[in-house]
Write a new protein. Structure first.
Length: 448
């Protein structure tokens, strides 16, 4: 019968718990759906962010490839011109010149062709006429004396470079668009993360509130008589009182621990009393020592006052005298600092003088190098003129001229060209030596 009653009571508690759970079920389901929705949104936005970052990585690889092509075009330009080309500056200006060209409509249909709208196409069509007028007004021509084939090659390379710039600009637009999309997705992800945290906090608060409501239900616990012990008083000897409403259920193990704790506290109290007694004795001894030292200090103060009155006729403030006196340590430190500053100033002046001399040497070397370059350019021009003169004379042979005199003149011209070539080589060596720091200057003996 006791077990049946216990079972009935347990069923009653479970029924009350079931009623509470049904009350919280609707909100529980709503929060669960909300959490699942936020998780799905989080997964979707994470996949979009990953996809956008993959596209950005691919775009960066393509841009690096375009930059490599640009470097190849530049190296091809340098190799076409060669070294010491007198038209280098003019051809480089032509190569770097920005010209307006007709935009090819089918150039970038794969990547960003869909971005063009009708307004852009109308702007392009309006710009074609103005571009043609500008090309007519500023028509380029081959510099005088320059090889037309080389000029055509430079124009072709410029066209390639401009095409690469157009492609690079389109890729850059795509990259900027992807960056904006990525930033927007990251902002959305942060908003979803905040909503997800808020949802989890709401669920945690709801579960805590539900658990608190469940804990408020009264639960009946069945105890056997052997498990019950009442700390009897003289009024209730070997009997349980009729009213247990003011009694407290307390484990017997905790009661035993509290009993042992009473003994521990008694021991600690005894130790503290012994320590207090020792501290009192020490306090009395220290008080006596302090009184004796104060008496001794007063006696010494009186003797010092008497001595000052006998010697100076007044009491002297020794602390003021010590503050006014010279601090030898501080003075020595000041002298050391001053000597270090003087030595550092001297070293700084020496380094500045060396730097000034080095700048003068660099200026002289630069001037000498410039003069040598001018000389080389003059000699190159003379060599070119002599070669042209030699070629013209060879083509315009006179039948009546003696072969011996013609051969002699040709040999003299060849000898002069060789001498100037040696002088040019010597000047080149001198320029290379002047570019280096230190070393001897090789002047080179020119045969005349």
């Amino acid at each position: 019968e006791a077990d049946l009653k216990t079972t009935d009571l347990r069923k009653l508690v479970l029924f009350k718990e079931l009623q509470l759970l049904k009350e919280f079920e609707k909100k529980d389901i709503s929060l669960a759906k909300r959490l699942e929705s936020k998780h799905s949104e989080k997964s979707e936005i994470v996949s979009k962010v990953a996809e956008c970052q993959d596209k950005l990585a691919q775009k960066k690889v393509e841009i690096e490839r375009l930059l490599e092509k640009d470097k190849m075009i530049m190296s091809e330009f340098h190799s076409a011109l060669g070294d010491n080309n007198k038209f280098y500056d003019l051809l480089l200006k032509i190569f770097k010149k920005k010209i307006k060209r007709r935009v090819r409509k089918g150039g970038m249909e794969g990547e960003g062709g869909d971005d063009y709208n009708s307004e852009d196409e109308e702007d392009d069509e309006e710009g074609f006429d103005s571009d043609e007028e500008l090309d007519d007004e500023d028509e380029e021509v081959c510099p005088p004396g320059c090889d037309p084939a080389l000029y055509e090659k430079v124009c072709e390379l410029r066209e390639k470079r401009l095409e690469q710039e157009d492609v690079y600009a389109e890729f850059q637009k795509g990259v900027e668009q992807l960056k904006k999309e990525n930033d927007m997705l990251i902002k959305k992800e942060k908003v979803i993360d905040k909503a997800l945290r808020d949802t989890e906090a709401d669920i945690q608060t709801f579960q805590t509130d539900k658990q608190r409501k469940l804990n408020e239900l009264h639960v009946v616990v069945t105890l056997q008589m052997a498990q019950v012990r009442h700390l009897h008083t003289p009024d209730f000897q070997n009997k349980l009182p009729a009213d247990l409403s003011k009694s407290l259920v307390f484990p017997s193990s905790e009661l035993s621990r509290l009993g042992s704790r009473i003994k521990e506290l008694q021991v600690e109290k005894s130790d503290l009393r012994k320590r207090q007694k020792a501290l009192r004795t020490e306090h009395v001894v220290l008080g006596r020592d302090q009184a004796a030292k104060e008496d001794k200090l007063r006696e010494l103060d009186a003797r010092a006052r008497d001595v000052q009155m006998l010697k100076f006729g007044q009491v002297i403030n020794l602390e003021a005298i010590e503050s006014v006196g010279v601090n030898k340590g501080a003075e020595e430190l000041k002298e050391r600092i001053k000597s270090v500053e003087v030595s550092q100033d001297r070293a700084l002046q020496a380094m500045q003088a060396k730097l000034k001399q080095a700048k003068l040497d660099l200026k002289r070397a630069t001037e000498q190098s410039s003069e040598s370059l001018d000389t080389v350019a003059t000699l190159f021009e003379q060599q070119h003129q002599l070669e042209n003169a030699l070629n013209n004379k060879q083509q315009q042979k006179v039948a009546t001229r003696e072969p011996h005199a013609e051969r002699k003149e040709r040999n003299s011209l060849v000898q002069l060209v060789k001498i100037q070539a040696k002088e040019i080589e010597a000047l080149k060596l001198e320029i290379n030596m002047l570019r280096r720091k230190g070393g001897h200057v090789y002047t080179g003996a020119s045969a005349k």
